[in-house]
Design a protein around this ligand. Structure first.
Ligand code: ATP
Ligand code: MG
Length: 200
């Protein structure tokens, strides 16, 4: 028998109930991703790609979003049954997501270093301040940003650099699954290639 997939989405149905009516965004989606596998999702605007990503991450806004049925199994556990607290432990540690727009992913009032530190500290409470700091600086370097820029704010970085910071945050805890929702759409072509290289 084959190993259980890392992620298995079964028959997922998600609707948005708005004043103008019901938007049937997902009508029974099935996907499987194994360890080490990459799955690309293609679809026209409004097809439901972001809705699927958010559904997996437990980030569907409710209201207007509503998960009507289906399962999201991650390493054999049903994420839809986990609840807020349980999902917070999974997000950032086991599953990370990179959103399309780095502007909305970063907090404008925290330095980029603090934002990387935050996810490291939440998921590794046993580390000393110094160790966490070193780790965060290391993540910056890994995405091609000098560690000296740890204390700078998002507005001091270009769009491509901001997306690198977002990637550093997403990869900081070595997630088993990385969900990237059009991570390079907001960037110019040369930067797109560099960013993709960092992810794969
Ligand atoms: N918060 C929301 N409230 C109401 N409808 C929504 C909401 N979010 C998404 N939708 C609708 O759900 C459908 C799927 O949207 P979704 O954003 O998942 O598509 P997408 O494939 O990511 O599109 P794009 O390529 O433009 O990012 C669309 O019809 C969209 O208008
Ligand atoms: Mg989308």
């Amino acid at each position: 028998m084959a190993d259980k997939p890392l992620l298995e989405v079964k028959d997922l149905v998600i609707h948005y109930e708005t004043d103008d009516g019901v938007v049937k965004a997902l009508n029974g989606v099935n996907i499987q991703i194994g360890v080490g596998e990459t799955l690309g999702l293609v679809g026209e605007t409004g097809a439901g790609k972001t809705t699927l990503a958010k559904g997996i991450m437990g980030l569907i806004p409710h209201p207007p979003g509503k998960i009507l049925s289906g399962e999201v199994q991650f390493e054999g556990q049903d994420l839809l049954a986990l609840g807020k607290e349980g999902m917070m432990k999974i997000r950032g540690r086991d599953i990370s997501m990179i959103f399309q727009d780095p502007m909305t992913s970063l907090n404008p009032v925290l330095t980029v270093g603090e934002q990387i530190l935050e996810v490291i500290e939440i998921h590794n409470p046993g580390l000393s301040k110094q160790e966490s700091r070193k780790w965060a600086e290391n993540m910056l370097e890994r995405v091609g940003i000098p560690a000296e820029r740890f204390g700078e704010y998002p507005h001091q970085f270009s769009g491509g650099m901001k997306q690198r910071v977002v990637i550093a945050i997403a990869l900081a805890c070595n997630p088993k699954l990385l969900i990237a929702d059009e991570p390079t759409t907001a960037l110019d072509v040369t930067i797109q290639a560099q960013v993709l290289e960092m992810i794969y």
